[in-house]
Ligand binder design. Structure first.
Ligand code: AMP
Ligand code: MG
Length: 330
């Protein structure tokens, strides 16, 4: 199959619509990462998303809709706090999980009685969703477990020959996947942290919990149990407090003739000035935006990425640390 990369103009959007209506898949940009979309009503199309990615069958997809789509066709029991959150943060990088009406294909939610709904703010995502007019089930547009894609070229590198079209909306500015928020209870509960933080949610909803899986308890967001975001080279992760140890390891490995790269924030880079640097930036937002780009760059040039966690914690950094730990930890 030939994979086309097209700017999302009228002709490309019309092609995207024909592909989706025919049960095919389209790569599309969002403000977080690129998505791999299928018609959420079409079980066969959704099944092929899992096949193309090699995604585990029990990891549900998020349903993407344009900002005027009536989600009461798909979900029910929307609490008042979710309406308020939608007012404030949508379109944007927040996925809200509601009770399903059972109208979309059960393949989307892997048999769960809930559906994650997302209204992306990227203009090309809005244009694509509006042009298609259908709810689009989409995970990130990468091979399962690999680093999520933040450019059309990243999608192409993973899925070339497996999908017919990638809409190229440039580099994603958000950089990490959406916050997944369970809105089926009295108090919203974060299942996956992201750019819409606990603090931002609590400010509007009054309160916000964070789901921490306990041993033996049922996983509420199945995707969280899998290895994720991994570059195709060796990795190590050090805390900020251990950054001198990280630099010592970097020096030792390069001395042995290995290509070791230090991946760290601006403060750490200024302290050690490594020649082989994957610079993450200074603020939590910059670090989120650069993380996947730098992991993908790193796997091209490095034998080993030695990552140093930024000093700041909480807020957006909670999401960054979740991804960094899964990519480079363990
Ligand atoms: P991805 O699009 O690849 O970032 O993966 C989607 C994420 O959303 C995974 O972590 C899923 O577990 C989570 N998710 C999707 N639908 C639901 C749902 N109905 N309930 C809980 N988590 C969900
Ligand atoms: Mg993913």
């Amino acid at each position: 199959m030939l994979t086309q990369i097209l700017k999302p103009d009228g002709e490309a959007l019309a092609l995207a619509r024909r592909i989706i209506e025919g049960g095919g898949l389209v790569g599309f940009p969002t403000e977080t990462v690129y998505g791999l979309g299928a018609n959420a009503f079409d079980g066969d199309a959704v099944r092929s998303v899992y096949e193309v990615k090699g995604r585990p069958q029990d990891n549900p997809l998020i349903v993407h809709v344009h900002k005027d789509y009536d989600i009461s066709k798909i979900v029910c029991g929307i609490p008042a706090y979710a309406e308020k959150l939608a007012q404030k943060y949508l379109p944007g990088p927040l996925t809200m999980v509601f009770r399903s009406r059972g109208t979309i294909s059960p393949v989307v939610s892997c048999g769960l009685d809930t559906v994650g709904i997302r209204v992306p703010s990227h203009p090309a995502a809005q244009q694509f969703l509006r042009c298609v007019g259908l709810p689009i089930a989409a995970p990130s547009a990468n091979i399962s477990k690999h680093v999520s894609p933040v450019t059309a070229q990243h999608v192409y590198a993973d899925l070339n020959g497996r999908i017919p079209l990638i809409l190229d909306g440039g580099r994603c500015t958000g950089g990490i996947e959406s916050t997944v928020l369970d809105c089926t209870g009295e108090v919203p509960c974060i299942l996956r942290s992201g750019l819409v933080t606990k603090e931002m949610i609590a400010e509007v909803a009054g309160d916000c919990k964070v789901f921490i899986p306990k041993a033996g308890e049922k996983v509420r967001s199945p995707g969280m149990k899998y290895k994720h975001y991994s570059p195709r080279c060796r990795t190590m992760l050090f805390s900020y407090a251990d950054r001198a140890k990280a630099y010592a390891e970097y020096t030792r490995l390069n001395g042995e003739g290995q290509r070791a790269y230090l991946m760290c924030d601006g403060a750490c880079a200024a302290e050690f000035r490594p020649e082989r640097l994957l610079a993450l930036g200074d603020t939590p937002e910059q670090i989120a935006a650069n993380l996947y780009e730098k992991l993908r760059e790193g796997e091209q040039v490095a034998d080993i990425i030695i990552a140093v966690a930024p000093e700041e914690q909480g807020g957006v950094m909670a999401g960054v640390m979740n991804r960094l730990t899964k990519a480079c930890g363990g």
